[in-house]
Design a protein around this ligand. Structure first.
Ligand code: UDP
Length: 314
């Protein structure tokens, strides 16, 4: 049995990783999750499998048990969620990662850190590659997450250098799909839910800022490739995302069209330090992991709309 720990395994991406791991009978999956943003529904299908357990745990507390692999995803990830208690977010990023690295070091486990495109801050380059050091406001409203995740990467790199810990770092760009929290404030879920409910679509700023959206299944395949790549034990960091870039306003129009909604657009103030552009250069992932996303935005939105439609149907 491969003993696998997924922190944040009841969350959006964590639960998709669990689903993929559970397909193999060789895995025993342990989830640490305090259910602050994660949901029992996301992991309900695995609870009676005999190869899965949920431990309600805040990763800011040390945890001690042997594992072979650690997927360290635990952290609120939507701007609305991570800004609710910014000091807690920083502690989760830093102390949570430190605790998981200590665990990996003690039991010689391989640990994969869920980092983020937010380490690039408000990027000054149209296409971000891993050698770009970013443009982060260290005292802005997003810094709890941006700097927290940067510090977490730094801890990973130092554990590898100082103790030889087996670390892997993926920088996850905007990802969407089923299991997104209906109320976490992210743009894809907001626009879909607002469209389906016939509520106004909330555009921040003039909607000219861009993002590049990756479907969850593609992201999970990249994450698993990274964990299981043994050829040269590539440490990363590596960008994972879909380079198909779109303006927020165009995403709103697309979602309106696909849902057949007559919701109107309303314009709100652009939140502080909201990046004006974001698009991953994924050539390194192609070269090292032979990975690239397969699901187009239209196809992924179709599936995500279906998920939310079912969720909203009484
Ligand atoms: N956004 C928006 N309306 C919403 C939610 C988000 O216009 O209801 C914008 C947000 O300001 C940002 C982009 O959409 O420019 C992506 O936001 P999200 O919270 O999904 O993630 P981010 O990439 O900012 O971390």
């Amino acid at each position: 049995m491969n003993r696998v720990l997924v922190t944040g395994g009841a969350g959006f991406l964590g639960s998709h990783v669990c689903a993929e791991l559970m397909k193999s009978p060789d895995h025993f999956v342990t989830v640490l999750d305090d259910l602050s943003t994660g949901k029992m529904e996301n992991i309900a299908p695995f609870l009676d499998s005999g190869r899965f357990e949920l431990i309600r745990w805040d990763v800011r507390q040390p945890f001690d048990r042997p594992f072979d692999q650690i997927f360290h995803a635990a952290c609120p990830a939507s701007p609305e969620a991570y800004q609710k208690s910014p000091t807690s977010t920083t502690k989760t990023c830093v102390l949570g990662t430190l605790n998981m690295l200590e665990l990996a070091k003690k039991y010689d486990a391989k640990i994969l850190q869920f980092s983020t495109s937010e380490v690039y801050g408000n990027p000054l380059t149209p296409l971000q590659n891993e050698s770009y050091f970013g443009n982060v406001n260290p005292v802005g409203v997003r810094s709890c997450y941006d700097e927290g995740k940067r510090c977490a990467e730094s801890l990973c790199a130092d554990f590898a250098r100082e103790f030889g810990t087996k670390v892997k770092i993926v920088r996850i760009f905007n990802t969407y799909g089923p299991h997104m929290d209906i109320a976490d404030g992210r743009v894809v879920s907001n626009f879909i839910v607002q469209s389906l409910r016939g509520e106004p679509i909330t555009i921040h700023g003039d909607g000219s800022q861009t993002r590049s959206f990756c479907y969850a299944d593609d992201m999970v395949s990249g994450i698993l490739r990274m964990m299981n790549d043994t050829a040269d034990d590539f440490q990363g960091p590596v960008n994972l995302g879909n380079p198909e870039e779109i303006r927020v306003i165009d995403l709103a129009r697309k979602v309106l069209g696909m849902t057949g909604s007559s919701s109107r657009l309303v314009y709100k103030a652009l939140p502080g330090d909201d990046p004006i552009q974001r698009r991953p250069d994924i050539s390194l992932a192609g070269e090292k992991l032979n990975w690239k996303p397969k699901v187009s935005l239209d196809e992924g939105l179709e599936k995500t709309i279906r998920y939310f439609r079912e969720l909203l149907t009484p």
